[in-house]
Unconditional design. Structure first.
Length: 192
């Protein structure tokens, strides 16, 4: 029996990455609130959220293969989630300016209410120095507000990046090659 693939995410970037990889899938948001537990480290937080999202959707769609994912940005031992407001975005972007940080994207594949595959992938991202005007203009664009760390590599925020150690798609929100390999092991044919 061929099972349909469901992406348990509302992220337009994840949808774009999977589509560009040639996969056919449906969307079903998990409805899971993203709350970090006290003392939870970035890697564990990303893994827990990806797994929880995948399992929540897999329980509603028992005959499907479900992919969940979560991206966390960490800089100087602080986890930077989606900014609460403009002041929070400014704080994050000021922190990231001129230094490196880690982007962790975890993914989980679930089927029949069970986790089948799960992994967290790290990329290191380096920002060039940013002026206050650049930060202010970027915040005014509205781009930072639905993104962990208050920036998107695929948009205007990409111009802030001097280099990436690891894959850019992981920074966007999905390590595509690793996801395709995991899905293939779970019975989803690799696109040709």
């Amino acid at each position: 029996m061929t099972r349909k693939l469901i992406l348990a995410s509302g992220s337009p970037r994840r949808r774009q990455l999977l589509s560009a990889a040639g996969l056919r899938f449906e969307l079903a948001e998990s409805g899971i609130e993203e709350l970090r537990q006290p003392q939870e480290q970035a890697r564990e937080y990303a893994l827990r959220m990806a797994q929880t999202k995948a399992l929540a959707v897999a329980r509603r769609h028992p005959d499907s293969i479900v992919l969940g994912a979560d991206t966390v940005v960490e800089c100087t031992a602080e986890i930077l989630e989606k900014p609460l407001d403009a002041a929070d975005a400014q704080r994050m972007l000021t922190m990231l300016a001129g230094r490196g940080h880690v982007v962790i994207t975890a993914f989980a594949v679930a089927r029949d209410g069970w986790l089948i595959e799960t992994e967290a992938v790290e990329s290191e991202v380096f920002f060039r120095p940013l002026s206050e005007t650049e930060i202010r203009d970027y915040i005014a664009s509205g781009e930072p507000f639905d993104k962990a760390g208050a920036y998107g590599i695929q948009g205007i925020g990409g111009s802030f990046i001097s280099r990436v150690k690891g894959t850019r798609d992981n920074v966007m929100g999905l390590p595509v090659e690793k996801v395709l390999a995991a899905l293939e092991r779970c019975g989803v044919a690799r696109p040709t």
